[in-house]
Design a protein around this ligand. Structure first.
Ligand SMILES: [Zn+2]
Length: 339
């Protein structure tokens, strides 16, 4: 099969080459891939840094493939052959206390497709059967755009306990995760303010969402204090930027919850600890999702409640170009068309 194989760190170490076909182990399915996404985590794998440092090379990249089941391993229902599926990248261990509670997002032993094992930037990928979720009539590119980002922000929203009428601030709202968080919070009836570095077009935002453009964290802090003095019930930060999270925590109302869910570019977080304590604030980290949340996220897509935005598309042969241009790509999920 053709596969995007990283054989040494750096984008120059990535090549689309002939690679042996994977075979499904017991409990796994083999998926013929149609699409896979380009993710920040791939760039960490390519650079060999942060959570990407766990990848042993050579490694086939690709977290969030969508395609069709073409073979099943021992113990998997053969009725799944021909099923359109999308791959949930995080594989829970299935044996720990978090997994036993159905909180697989909190499993400390989870591994990731395309990091700890070969991924789906290839014509074929083998994954545990439980990680290949039925996507029904959702087109492959839409399922790829949804499966990684949407469940993470759904987890953030559910963990924060967002209910209709809550005032919710999304920071980092211009990116893929931010757009998903904004759309979901609005869908659940929250009063949403979307904050980003550059101004977002009203036409890009769900109805009723207002936006704030602030070039840095101190400008954001000042604008929030001036325009929203009552504060927010929930802040969802997907900026990956400590000072921005700090501005969000400062803008929380009494009993407010801040959820942080993005790989960090600036790890410094300054907190007014006395105010944090006296105003009963909470700060929560969310980095993946439970299987049930992935299912719920796909159901929201299937019902039309949220529509993931597909951005630039590249053929598999040009995946290197997709990674080189990732930082400057226009809004929407960058998709690799494998077949
Ligand atoms: Zn576990």
């Amino acid at each position: 099969m053709r596969a995007a194989v990283l054989s040494s760190h750096g984008v120059d170490g990535l090549d689309v080459v002939e690679h042996p076909d994977p075979a499904p182990a017991p409990g796994e399915v083999l998926v013929r891939v149609e699409t896979v996404g380009v993710n920040q985590l791939d760039l960490n794998v390519i650079a060999g840094r942060g959570p990407g440092a766990a990848a042993k090379l050579p490694r086939v990249l690709g977290l969030d493939a969508a395609g069709v089941v073409v073979a099943v391993g021992r113990g998997v229902d053969p009725a799944r052959l021909g099923e359109p599926v999308v791959v949930k990248p995080n594989i829970a261990c299935g044996a720990c206390a978090a997994c036993a509670r159905g909180r697989e997002a909190d499993c400390p032993a989870q591994t990731v497709v395309g990091v700890h094992r070969d991924g789906g930037a290839a014509e074929l990928v083998a994954v545990p059967a439980k990680n290949a979720l039925a996507r029904g009539g959702i087109p492959a590119a839409i399922a790829t755009a949804a499966v990684h980002s949407l469940p993470i922000v759904l987890n953030a929203i559910e963990t924060a306990g967002v209910v209709a009428g809550d005032r919710v601030l999304v920071t980092g709202a211009g990116g893929t995760l931010g757009r998903a968080a904004t759309a979901l919070a609005a869908h659940f009836g929250a009063e949403v303010v979307a904050a980003s570095r550059s101004s977002l077009e009203a036409s890009e935002l769900p109805e009723g969402v207002t936006s704030i453009a602030a070039t840095d964290a101190s400008a954001l802090r000042a604008q929030l204090a001036e325009r929203h003095p009552a504060g927010f019930d929930v802040v969802i930060d997907v900026s990956g930027h400590g000072p921005t999270l700090g501005a969000g925590v400062a803008a929380l109302a009494w009993g407010g919850r801040a959820v942080f869910c993005a790989a960090v570019s600036d790890r410094t977080l300054e907190l007014d600890t006395l105010e944090f304590y006296l105003r009963r604030k909470r700060l929560i980290g969310v980095a993946s999702a439970d299987y049930a949340q992935v299912r719920r996220a796909l159901d929201l897509v299937a019902s039309g409640a949220v529509a993931p935005l597909v951005g630039v598309r590249h053929p598999l042969a040009e995946i290197g170009r997709a990674y080189r241009g990732f930082a400057d790509s226009p809004p929407g999920k960058v998709i690799i068309d494998v077949s």
